[in-house]
Design a protein. Structure first.
Length: 557
């Protein structure tokens, strides 16, 4: 006899080992459903996905769909190697925590202790604040001059990469805010190198990959020598193309590792089962970030904290040039799911696929909807503005299609499923229904991420008509040109719709004039206001919700 933790929220009991593995297995039809979902979500002849599901330490599903290399027609399997992107951070954080366990650093140590030349106030940030993104250090992947320089395709050293961001203004004083920052993990990599005297990735290999037998968890610079390495792709206007070149030294300790779902599953088993860190260190890793004002953020050390089907879930994503990955671990169920894709624009986001597959494994699948032929006349009484304490959501028809738009958001197409139910398609879990309250007023019941507790908003009335003014073409031509922003280059042009705005690798979006210098962005709750001097147009301000982006005209564009 032995004591076994009985799963699915039931108390522990003394039962025979014979029944331990069979009592709380995934549903009998899980494999078939997961396989069908994977095949319906990703094309067989394009970039695809690899999936692994581990329940109670046992691999209950491993599959692949699509091509790892389009030209060679090589298929994706669970052994295919992908770039891990920010999933790398788990390994970096684990090395740091091991060094703390050995007494070689303290999480309360400031950056300056190991990098004395790093400027203040970033130098005062602690190692813990680097780990949970509360250090305020500027995220170098949001610095447009770096991202657009072309240097990302070239090798770079740790010192050179730190030089990219060290003199940038901090986002906030250390410990007073939260903002995801790859720069913080570059500094953690530099601290590992300072302490060990070796490159950060050698510490990962020696301390984690080799002891655990993770043969594919490697430094990305070595990816060309790996025969099972997938190629990365992007979708440009419906055309699949090779992803932009990226030398894998550039993501550094924030995102430079590669690996397979098989090996990442082994890693997750080791990490969450106490084979990598002490119980105290692991508890720190999955604890929410505490801010100076006493509030907290649902993020630990390279671990996002949330819910999945009402259960606590530890999740993270990893996106880099040509790849997008997502993983989830549900402690109460001892269930792990990983979905890796070899595209920046996968057919279904891996964060959605991992959630749906995990829900299937729990025996609580998300609701599935199919398009229904509902006459527009039946839907029209439901259209309008729905308000709640956080703002409003507009539900409207445009060119025979249905959309919603949240305050500060963009148009999201929805589909009627019948019985006043509406859903958003395979790229999201959200759906809603429109009911009548006791007074006969329409109420939108929105299930964000299809979780159990909905957001309720009452219809306040119809959507008012939006006016558009006429602006002479000669005036519009003054705005045409290239502009620089912190998010990348922006092109303003003219087509048969009038003035348009276009971010790199995206389709042009129409700008609808509300005055001679102010424009509404079609399909978005956003505006563009151009700024001029007597001599020329100097730039514009883009506003969407609380976000405000300044653009400067590129004199060479």
């Amino acid at each position: 006899m032995t004591v076994v933790l009985v799963r699915r929220g039931i108390a522990a009991a003394a039962i025979g080992v014979l029944f331990a593995s069979a009592a709380w297995a995934v549903p009998a039809d899980f494999r078939a459903k997961a396989d069908a979902y994977l095949k319906s979500s990703y094309p067989a002849d394009g970039p695809g996905a690899a999936v692994i599901v581990i329940d109670d330490g046992k691999v209950v599903y491993a599959g692949g769909q699509g091509l790892a290399d389009l030209s060679a027609k090589r298929k994706i399997t669970p052994a295919t190697v992908f770039r891990l992107g920010s999933l790398t951070k788990q390994f970096t954080a684990s090395v740091i925590l091991q060094l703390e366990q050995e007494g070689r650093l303290s999480l309360s140590d400031p950056v300056s202790k190991f990098l004395p030349d790093y400027p203040k106030p970033g130098a005062d940030a602690t190692i813990a604040q680097l780990l949970n993104h509360t250090a305020g250090i500027k995220n170098y992947t949001e610095i447009s001059s770096w991202m657009l320089s072309g240097r990302r395709a070239q090798p770079i050293t740790t010192a050179q990469l730190i030089d990219v961001f060290k003199n940038e203004p901090v986002d906030f004083a250390p410990g007073t805010g939260w903002h995801y920052s790859n720069s913080g993990y570059v500094l953690l990599g530099a601290i590992i190198e300072k302490i060990t005297g070796k490159p950060w990735y050698e510490a990962v290999d020696r301390r984690l990959a080799k002891p655990l037998g993770l043969k594919t968890i490697r430094y990305g610079v070595e990816e060309r020598s790996m025969p099972l390495m997938a190629s990365g792709y992007s979708d440009e206007g419906g055309k699949i193309v090779a992803a932009r070149p990226l030398h894998m030294s550039n993501p550094h300790a924030a995102g430079s590792l590669v690996g397979s779902v098989e090996d990442f599953g082994r890693w997750a088993e080791a990490l969450h089962k106490g084979k990598v860190l002490s119980a105290a260190s692991y508890a720190r890793m999955i604890a929410p970030a505490k801010l100076a004002d006493g509030t907290s953020e649902p993020y630990g050390f390279a671990q996002g904290l949330g819910k999945l089907r009402g259960r606590d879930a530890i999740s993270h994503g990893g996106e880099t040039s040509g790849f997008d990955d997502a993983v989830t671990y549900i402690p109460s169920e001892d269930l792990f799911v990983a979905v890796f894709t070899n595209s920046n624009d996968p057919a279904v986001p891996p964060s959605i696929a991992r959630a749906k597959i995990a829900a299937m494994a729990l025996g609580e699948p998300y609701p599935e909807f199919k398009k229904a032929a509902v006459p527009l006349s039946q839907i029209e009484p439901l259209l309008g503005i729905y308000k709640d304490e956080d703002g409003e959501r507009r539900f409207f028809e445009k060119d025979g299609r249905l959309f919603t738009r949240r305050s500060g958001g963009s148009d999201q197409e929805v589909f009627a499923a019948g019985n006043d139910h509406f859903f958003y398609g395979p790229a999201t879990l959200a759906w809603f229904e429109v009911r009548r309250d006791p007074a006969g007023k329409h109420v939108m019941t929105m299930y964000q991420d299809a979780e159990q507790v909905p957001e309720m908003s009452a219809r306040s009335g119809p959507i008012p008509a939006q006016s558009v003014v006429s602006v002479p073409r000669a005036t519009l031509e003054h705005f045409v040109g290239s502009y620089k922003t912190g998010r990348g280059p922006v092109k303003i042009a003219i087509d048969d719709r009038g003035l348009t705005i276009q971010l790199a690798r995206q389709s042009p979006i129409a700008l609808l004039p509300t005055s001679e210098s102010e424009f509404r962005v079609e399909g978005m709750d956003a505006t563009v206001t151009f700024h001029s001097t007597a001599a020329a147009v100097t730039g514009f301000t883009f506003k969407q919700g609380r976000q405000e982006i300044q653009a400067e005209r590129d004199p060479g564009g």
